[in-house]
Design a protein around this ligand. Sequence first.
Ligand code: NAD
Length: 374
Amino acid sequence: MKPNATNAYKIAILAGDAIGPEIMAQAVRVLGLLSKHRDVAFELLEAPFGANAYFTHGKAFPDAAKTACDAADAILKGPVGLSHAESQKIPVAEQAERGAILPLRARYNTFANFRPIYLSKDMAHFSPLKREIIQDGIDILLIRELVGGLYFGEKERGINADGKRYVKEVLEYNEDQVRQVLVVGFEQARLRKGVLHNIHKSNVLMSSVFWNEILDEVHLDFPDIKVIHLLVDAAATALCLNPGQFDVMVMENMFGDILSDQGGGILGSLGLMPSACVGPEKAYYEPSHGSAPDIAGKNIANPYSMIGCVAMMLDMSFGMKAESDAVWAAMKSVFEAGYSTADLSSADSSPKIVSTTEFGDLVMTELERLLALG
Ligand code: NAD
């Protein structure tokens, strides 16, 4: 979306389940501060979405949420889902991913998922990797195809000719779907270091052979970009042993789902993983992680991922790059001052542990100072 001439934006707020409302509350504070210090207005359209929406509204993606999202310039989504036991109380088709997230992605064709795996030098101690491995930090942009492949293919269950239960799920891509996300990957590589790691499994999967054929075609339009091919299994190892070799990585849906969580692992916490899900007309922003039912209601979740989603939205949907940079800088300064939420504590970093709301307070204080500077 282009910046809006009236500086007035509608944002659908889907707080989600478990820790979702706790971290969303901190993210929304950023918008309040921006309205106070800048000539911009945000209208927040709050709507039920996810597992609890199923219990209260009978649908994981109720009509009220569809109306809010349709009307919005951008969508801010918290994580959804409940514990395995609680999820079993919901019909399979309405469980949070199938009933809410996948339909949301399909509705707005959010085909390109930007997942930054980022740890500045000053935050390097949060990583479980040895210092000699991560050196000056980690700075990877993982681009995941988000609306195709196995997650969206036809599904079938039944009894086969031998009387055995079977399941079949189809991994399907057409060339346009592959091309559009590869173009995003090449464009991002051009904006960064000119190197694109293409992650695939062409030694086994026909879908990867097909993916690589399209990649060769797209590459003709980006002759300045160096492409490095890597099998997904090798990429998983390389992310642990030498993450510094990666800058922009592009891959299909399921590979991206799994490798990006590994990205959270090498950062030290999934709580450091915001993401942007971008379609032709609209984008939505969500943490890469789930709803963390194990820590819900304790005010200990890390809101960095959700506040980072606001930073990404400001930059990518509203053209507010300076304000986005200020949000990142505010969070960085809180870590630099030695504070962190409990997920990032480790024996050698011994940070001052703060709660979700205290982390939010520290970020808002610093952000307000930065915004007041002009
Ligand atoms: P999870 O990502 O919720 O949690 C994995 C681990 O990371 C847990 O130990 C959790 O406490 C921790 N963690 C995650 N985010 C954190 C944060 N912000 N601060 C501190 N710690 C954090 O994965 P899970 O437990 O496998 O899934 C829980 C639920 O979330 C399930 O219902 C699952 O289906 C759903 N889910 C939703 C999304 C989404 O909304 N996009 C993505 C993944 C999983």
